[in-house]
Unconditional design. Structure first.
Ligand code: UD1
Ligand code: MG
Length: 464
């Protein structure tokens, strides 16, 4: 018989969220609640094969999400959500093959692996052990009734006024001896205020049959359940603080922690500076000495060492190599790479492009599907015409090119190494190496045109 498995209950309707999104997929920062719960179980050392999630309400969406993120976790269905007791019972075929069962509410994103490990190591000591916490405001949590040698739980809606005064509450994490749970689980009824089958009734049933029950207290900060939008916002705020505190301890300088958001999957180095109003999301990695200026939003990108993002840059799924520089006001997206010392400046958009070492795109440009060699300079207002209405086409600009302002590259097109384009050129054909590409109408001047023009005013008249 296998020793221990974990069942995460995630089938509930989440009625109190008043949202079309299933509760466990509601985001805390940039990750759904359920990801924290699953991540916690996996970090505590549970193999995905010994981990099951019970889905039901919005189950297709939850199932698809779990399959993508945690492909080896078992997915079980609770088609009708008749309460947490019914939920555990529905999963009986999964857990009855084990000696011990850990049951976790799916709405506990703040819990830490060390706390789960503590529950895991308590497995087998009692027929049931639960985690509790002292609630600042015990609200609708189940109240813990302690007597000399046992613990039971009374749900808020069924509690007497005296019981409602109790501040020690049920966190929704249980360690059961499977053999003992099997003996009482069919005795759980829905004879209560909510007409639901409560898993919390397992404790009193066990006590009545002479089994042992126990509880240990954990900090409230880890044990908050998310049942309402307000609780979601509270938990998100605490999670945000926790992540910022962690990175500050690692030597990251966060100038104004009240305005900075960093997701749980971000990895930073010491001596990174983060200015006010910055957001960093997804799987980002930022190297030593880099500087992220105000108003920047960086998602799933890799920044090397000493990268400078001046201010108001939006960077997505891209790589900025060591000493690269971006901003202010630029948008870098879709697998763009800035090689070392490359620069994307003011009002510049880069999409799926590679900007070679030391190359510069300083002002008002769009480079899409382009590769630039090293030490290229792109004049202000230059643009790749990469889309012909059907296909995206590539532009290649060789090393050491000097691109005149307002050059249009009608892709697919190529400029050989060491070449120059004249300002205002529309480049439709290859420019060979070391050449000047000129693609614009010649200027003609019409003499005395102003004097013949009725609307023309001399400078003196104009001053009146
Ligand atoms: C539950 C506990 C309460 C505890 C609190 C801690 C019960 C009866 N009450 O209350 O004592 O203080 O958690 O946060 O267990 N779920 C299912 N199927 C169902 C019903 C619920 O899978 O039929 C899942 C939900 O998706 C959720 C978890 O079980 O993840 C808990 O359900 P929820 O409705 O949030 O219970 P609470 O009222 O918070
Ligand atoms: Mg809850």
């Amino acid at each position: 018989m296998k020793n221990l498995c974990v069942l995460v209950m995630a089938a509930g309707k989440g009625t109190r969220m008043k949202s079309a999104t299933p509760k466990v997929l509601q985001p805390v920062l940039d990750r759904p609640i359920i990801d924290y719960v699953m991540g916690n179980a996996i970090s505590a050392g549970i193999n995905q094969e010994d981990l099951a999630v019970l889905v039901g309400s919005g189950g297709e969406e939850v199932e698809a999400h779990i399959k993508e993120k945690f492909p080896n976790v078992k997915i079980l269905w609770q088609h009708e959500q008749l309460g947490t007791g019914h939920a555990v019972k529905t999963a009986r075929d999964f857990w009855s093959e084990y000696e011990n069962l850990i049951v976790l509410n799916g709405d506990l994103p703040m819990m830490k692996p060390e706390s789960l490990q503590k529950l895991i190591s308590s497995a087998g000591q009692n027929d049931c052990t639960v985690i509790t916490f002292e609630a600042e405001n015990p609200g609708a949590y189940g109240r813990i009734i302690r007597s000399k040698n046992s613990v039971s739980i009374v749900e808020y809606k069924d509690a007497s006024p005296e019981q409602r005064e109790i501040r020690e509450v049920n966190a929704g994490c249980y360690a059961f001896k499977v053999k003992s749970l099997l003996r009482i689980i069919d005795s759980i009824t829905n004879n209560n205020a909510q007409k639901e089958y409560y898993i919390t009734d397992a404790l009193s049933l066990m006590n009545e049959s002479g089994m042992t029950t126990g509880a240990f207290i954990m900090p409230e900060s880890e044990m908050q359940g998310v049942n309402t939008q307000e609780e979601l916002a509270n938990v998100s705020r605490e999670m945000r603080r926790e992540i910022l505190t962690h990175w500050m301890k690692e030597g990251v300088r966060i100038v104004d922690p009240d305005t900075v958001y960093i997701g749980a999957d971000v990895v930073l180095s010491h001596d990174v500076t983060i200015m006010p109003n910055v957001q960093i999301w997804g799987r980002c990695v930022i190297g030593e000495g880099s500087y992220i200026g105000s108003g920047s939003i960086i998602t799933s990108s890799i920044l090397g060492e000493n990268v400078i993002v001046t201010a108001y840059a939006v960077i997505e799924n891209s790589i900025l190599s060591n000493n690269a520089k971006a901003g202010p006001f630029c948008y870098i997206r879709d697998h763009t790479v800035l090689e070392e010392r490359a620069f994307a400046g003011k009002f510049v958009e880069l999409k799926n492009s590679r900007i070679g070492e030391g190359s510069k795109v300083p002002h008002l440009s769009y480079m899409g599907d382009a590769t630039l060699g090293h030490d290229v300079n792109i004049g202000a207002g230059s643009i790749t015409c990469n889309y012909d209405g059907v296909n995206k086409n590539k532009t290649h600009i060789g090393n050491n090119c000097f691109i005149g302002s307002n050059t249009m590259f009608v892709a697919p097109v190529e400029v050989g190494e060491g070449s120059t384009t004249a300002a205002g050129s529309v480049i439709t054909q290859r420019v060979p190496e070391n050449s000047l590409g000129v693609g614009r109408a010649r200027q003609t001047n019409i003499a005395d045109w102003s004097l013949r023009n009725h609307h023309h005013k001399t400078t003196t008249e104009g001053d009146k």
